[in-house]
Design a protein around this ligand. Sequence first.
Ligand SMILES: Cc1ncc(COP(=O)(O)O)c(C=O)c1O
Length: 390
Amino acid sequence: MDNHLDRVINRVGTGAVKWDNVKDVFGVEDALPMWVADMDFAAPEAVRKALIEQAEHGVYGYTGIPASTKEAIQAWMKKRHGYDIDTKWLLFNHGVVPSLGTAIQAFTKKGDGVVVQSPVYTPFFEMVERNERTVINNQLILRDNHYYIDFEDLDEKLSPDHVKLFLLCSPHNPGGRVWTKEELTKMAELCLKHNVIIMSDDIHSDLTAAPHIHTPIAAIKEEFADITVTSIAPSKTFNLAGLQASAMIVANEKLRVKLSKVLAQHGFFTLNMMGTAAMEAAYREGEAWLDETIQYIRSNCRLVEDFISEEIPELTVMNPQGSYLVWIDCRKLGLSDEELMKKILHEGKLALGQGSKYRAGGEGFMRMNVACPRSIVEDGLNRLKKAIQG
Ligand SMILES: Cc1ncc(COP(=O)(O)O)c(C=O)c1O
């Protein structure tokens, strides 16, 4: 039977960053883009219907976020992640990266320390640096092709008085680790001990694949919820990044007030009405689409793993437990990051995420986005083989 996810949808010329910015970013015209973290799949039918209805209404005035949208988020968090939230705890923002900035401004002052865990999604560093705070890195440990937390180092890094905030990536990008409840508990206990607020970026959480289970760190205990901001979005889950809608879940009223003040300083008032409509439809009616898409992504991940172990044994694949980003260890090639990137781009005509962009520990790795039709994954793998083996 035909699978709708196999259909290649042409995104060239639509302004899609992944497809239309390849020449600007990589300097190569015809590289297959498997870098930016969005999907090449059409969003769920219910989302498209909601957007068409909204567009057809014809009046696009100031539009707030209705109670029904908040209830849809509440029901989703309960059903998918076992997290019971009050709709009063919700704040909105255009994206999770803007929310990282909001938290940095709300809870720290210039020069304060913010803990991150490299290799990690580049804006974790950039937002700290752009806001003139200090990055404190608790580098992850790579063992048996998985990332683990160095708790001793985390304890040390959280302890100085000027360290006020911990940016947690849960699940982790780029390694795709879904942190266990035990790991999350240990991290939160350390933050409690050192009086550090947690900003948990859970944007990839909905993509967690069995047998792994994502636990929102704030859902473990009330004391943890009291020091945590959980940042969520339907953008990765349902491929809605262009609609720029996300939410923060903040149980502690004092933290909520501080975040609201910064949002007001930014002039933030409400979401784009299209983003709101899409978010509600996705959380209400997108579950079956998501489950099917996760299965499809899992088989793409298996394909990458099998192909690389059979055809390009010089490389090692770290398959994601939650997300559609495959982290490929190319260190055995003995190339510098620049040489590796050049080889893959020029000889393979393939645009991947460069490991060193994720900073310490990312050197010698490449990130491949497999949220695309199988034929694109196959094309990407053949290009990778050509680049590595000539
Ligand atoms: C961990 C993580 N956080 C945030 C984002 C982007 O979030 P947004 O587009 O909502 O700002 C991404 C996108 O790749 C991501 O991987």
